[in-house]
Each structure stands twice: as structure tokens, then as C-alpha cells.
Ligand binder design. Sequence first.
Ligand SMILES: [Zn+2]
Length: 439
Amino acid sequence: MADGTTGAQMTALAARIAAKRDDLVALTQDLIRIPTLNPPGENYREICDYLDRRLRAHGFATQLIRAEGAPGDSDRYPRWNIIARCDGARTGDCVHFNSHTDVVDAGHGWTLDPFGGTLQDGKIYGRGACDMKGGLAASIIAAEAFIEAFPNHSGAIEISGTADEESGGYGGVAHLAQMGYFNPSRVQHVIIPEPLNKDRVCLGHRGGWWAEIETFGQIAHGSMPFLGDSAIRHMGAVLERFEDTLFPAMAARRTDMPVVPEGARSSTMNINSIHGGQAEQPSGSTALPSHLVPDSCRIVIDRRFLIEERIEDVRGEVEAILDGLRDSRPKFDYALRELNYVLPSMTDRDAPVARTVAQAVRAVMGKEAEFVASPGSYDQKHIDRIGKLRNCVAYGPGILELAHKPDEYVGVDDMLQSAEVMARSLATLLLPDSGPEAE
Ligand SMILES: [Zn+2]
């Protein structure tokens, strides 16, 4: 144990967090009750204003930043972000907690109000409770408790609430990274309180490639399909090739990244949508279809790839299948339109922030932290690629599998424990003489 922190001080810090239980519950409920739905990107300004009041009252200096010109930004749906900073008594590292403020559509199947923030049996329910307003609230409580306990800490603590993570993060972290807010000369450690479970440290995520494939045909009367050419049958041939060659090849690839759940340790692909032929009739319409051979069929694919794969090969593999069909199948032609891609990101498990959070998990929970990686991407990609900051992990309360589901919740005890892990991590990184080996 180094001089900077004693066991007694850490016990006092834990007690201070436990005493904030009601505050944590109320904060989480307040955040859930601001329905920051994305799309379209509602109430971003409202949640930033709320966080602004909260954090300024606790000694943070704040900035509200609109990602003007980012995808989705408009006067009706402005992409607002907040960065709050609390400087310590002397120079040192800056630890940044980044949470996204947006939530996905509530969808069907809820038994409780998705924006009610109901507290029941030690759980807070609502859209975004788990992903990730509970994590945001835990990081705020952790930072406030730490600052109260150690007003003379070194370095700085930042808390950001950012827009649009659920739609790629371009109006949020990507924009802030472009503005230099994640430059390693400014920020040294980043913790993203995404819901990866309170005893796991997430080092990164797989990559993603999204593309639309269109097959073409020739329109004709449906009674004489031989006079036309069916784009849907051509797409059927594409799907057959995917089934015969691509899916087995992807399933056979395994990554060394500790991706959870286990099934995501292979390459995967979802066929997101398929459209072909006439537009669907509005529901309730009793009109009968006319008889046409479809001249266009489109699918959108969602291909998740491993850190061992290259994006060029991911694209090339699909193109080779399509080109093969063009060579072998009469009248087959296609267009491929890339919609977006993100590269995999992986922080070294010996990076200071990864080691620090893992040690704090061990100290608080009495067991080894599990290092994991995420099947889907999150804002770490922008901190890594644009910010060039490689010392970043995701760590937060909430059960990963509950994200985006009906009756999503976060456990109050889980939030308190993860807040303790975050506050201990701050102690390791921001108290003099207390390096990552202090425990
Ligand atoms: Zn999330």
C-alpha cells in the first residue's frame, strides 16, 4: 500500500458512496424520465441542461457542444453534447468518463412505463436504465464522492454525456474527438460505463461492415415470367451462396479477443432486410397485387468482423461471391453499396486504465475481473481511431443482455458497487504516490 491511499480511506470512500444511495436512485430516475430517443434524437438539449445543472453544482466546469453538420443534426433535432471537467489541486492525469445519453426505441412488450423510472425490488426500470443511464449515474456519483473525499487530488476528472452512440456516434464522441477532446495530451484514461456487468472490464469490440446489395432483373407480366428476369430469383442465388460458403467460412474463424457471448467469438453476419418487387400494401389494404416480374431486389447486410480480419478482405469476400455469380449465372448483375464500416478496437489488458479498473474490481468484489470484448461496437472506436487514445475501456453496471429489451432495468446495488470500482480507480490514478500497484 502506497502512502497516498490507506485502507481506511478506501473504506471511508465506500461508505460515502453507500450514503449516496438515494441520490443515485433519484439521479438515475431523472435521467430515464428524459426520453432521449434515437432516432430521431430527442431531448438531447434537455438532458445536457440537466447534467449541466447537476455537475456545476458539484464544482465541475461545463461546456455544451452541438455537433453541427453531423448526420442527423438539424434545428429540430440538434445533436447536443456535454463535457464537464473538475481540475484537482495539482497537475496530473485526466480521467474521463464517457456515457452516451441516447436510448433506442422502447418497442413492444413492456409491463412498466419505459420512461417512468420505476424503482421496484432494488431495480430501476426504464428504457436506457441499463444502456446506459445507470452507468452514467454511477460515474457521476463516483466522481462526486471521490472529489468530496479527496479535494486535493491531482489531475482532472471529466464526465461527458454524448449523443447518437446508438446510431454510430458521429454526432457525439466522433465529433468531440475531431475537435480534440480525446487527444492523449488532454485526456489520459477513458472509462465508458457501458453495461458489460459490474465485474467485467471490456477491452474493445469487433468491427462492422454494412452494405446494401441489389440484384437486377427485367420487368414483365407475371403470367409470362420467361419474358422478364426475376431479380428476386437472382437474390435467392446470392443467399444460397452465402449459406453454402460464406456462413460456414465465417463460423470457422475464431478470434483471440475475449468476445462475449461466446457465439460472437466467430465472424457473423445478419441479413438486416430484404426488399424486392412491388412495395408492400399498407396494412389493412384489401387491394390485390398486380402481376409483375420484379426488376430489383435489395438486401442490407450487417457483417461483424474480428480483429484478425482486414476490412478489405471482408468486402472482398462478398464481392468475390457476387462476381462469381456474374460469371456463372446467366443475366446476373448486381450493385454493391457500402453504407458504413467501423474497425475493431482493442486496448491492451496491461494498459494503465485496464489494469487499474481490474484491480479495483478485485478490491471491491473480492474476485478477479474478467476481461471481455463486446460483440457490437461502441464509442471506443472513435476515441481509438480519431482521438488516437489507446488507454480506454468500457466498465459499468447493468447486464449486457438486457440492453434494448423490454423491461430493461439496472440494479441499484450493482450501480453502487460499480461506482465504488470507479471511485477506487480514480484514487489509483489521481492520488499522489498511489500508482496502479497501490492495492
Ligand atoms: Zn450503450
